[in-house]
Design a protein around this ligand. Structure first.
Ligand code: UDP
Ligand code: MG
Length: 333
């Protein structure tokens, strides 16, 4: 048994994908964990039970994303009892999408399923996904037919976001799906090649293509604990999604510019007509000047901001840093 120590193991900065992994396991399940001490036990029990009922061989790859509670200790206890459970322990919190990526990098299964730890994605649905996979689908995503126990704000913003995103991108990203999905090894091998920093995994899976199918499910209430996606993180996630898959915001900047130019041209015509035909009504129009200047200033700042968002992401990409840093790995050969 490897021990978790304060010092990183020699393999600490591994982040190169383990491409062409041997595939003697049928299914790998990736579970990202961030401060999930309240759910990890129940999740392991229910997931294991569901897997035993539908597949001959499986592994569970847990990724501890820098939790500050007892998640690691509990995960280690599980790994000690059950060698089918593996653990990747990050050196700090890198975020949900990166945690999923690390899990995918180390899986060996012929297909994999990504699932949230909080049991919002029912493990029993995996059996249906496997059924579709056996029918020849390469990606089987879970469509949230109904969401229980989430705030109306989250439901409405999520609904709007997926529909807006769909209109803005050329890649067909299915609406109302999360990362709860089955992915075939062939698709995974392509995902390995996409090492971008700003990761919107559900979009990247769609980008790869192959035969994609769906299963409907009811998204349950979180089993225990609180959401690890507060508004700020959700917003960043949404912006990453849009900017990684669309240049519409940049085109919007030009549209703003054209609009402003059009408005100022109309104002010019209006001024000239007024001067020519009604010279007595011409008063020093400070209000119109003032608002025109403000308007243009606003448009310019918005456009600069949009540019800045893209430039900032280019900066993150050109640094070519590894996506994550692993502190320890448990139960990997
Ligand atoms: N998560 C993570 N790192 C983070 C935030 C979340 O690994 O920085 C994990 C979390 O433990 C859970 C999954 O991502 O397994 C989804 O998070 P959560 O259920 O809090 O999001 P929600 O369902 O509320 O959108
Ligand atoms: Mg959740």
């Amino acid at each position: 048994m490897q021990q978790l120590s304060d010092h990183a193991l020699p393999t600490a900065t591994v982040s190169a994908p383990l491409a062409l992994a041997s595939t003697d396991v049928t299914l790998s399940v990736v579970v990202p964990l961030y401060n999930e001490e309240l759910v990890i036990g129940a999740m392991y029990d229910r997931l294991t039970k569901a897997l035993k009922g539908c597949v001959d061989s499986y592994e569970i790859v847990m990724v501890n994303d820098g939790s500050r509670d007892k998640t690691v200790q509990l995960a280690l206890d599980i790994c000690r009892k059950d060698k089918a459970v593996k653990l990747i322990n990050f050196s700090r919190n890198f975020g949900h999408q990166i945690a999923i990526t690390a899990g995918m990098d180390r899986t060996r299964g012929k297909c994999i399923v990504v699932i949230d730890a909080d049991l919002q994605d029912p493990p029993e649905v995996i059996a249906e996904m496997l059924e579709k996979w056996r029918q020849g689908y390469h990606v089987v995503y879970g469509v949230r037919a109904h969401r229980k126990g989430e705030s109306w704000f989250k439901k409405i913003t999520a609904k709007m976001f997926y529909r807006l995103l769909r209109r803005m991108t050329a890649v067909q990203i299915p609406v109302d799906t999360g990362d709860f999905r089955l992915i075939d090894r062939r698709v995974l091998d392509q995902l390995y090649r996409m090492r971008e920093q700003a990761r919107f995994v559900r979009g990247m899976v769609s980008w790869v293509g192959f035969k994609q199918g769906e299963v409907q499910f009811v998204r349950e209430e979180r089993f225990a604990g609180e959401t690890k996606y507060p508004f700020k993180k959700m917003l960043k996630f949404a912006i990453d999604g849009v900017l990684s898959f669309s240049q519409v915001p940049l085109k919007l900047a030009s549209a703003f510019g054209l609009l402003a130019a059009g408005v100022s041209f109309l104002a010019m015509v209006y001024g000239l007509v007024q001067k020519a035909f009604y010279p007595e009504t011409v008063v020093p129009g400070w209000a119109s000047t003032f608002s025109a200047v403000l308007f243009l200033g606003g448009v310019q700042l918005i456009c600069l901001g949009i540019l800045g968002e893209y430039v900032g992401r280019i900066y993150e990409e050109v640094k070519r840093r590894p996506l994550y840093v692993v502190q320890d790995e448990v139960n990997f050969e």
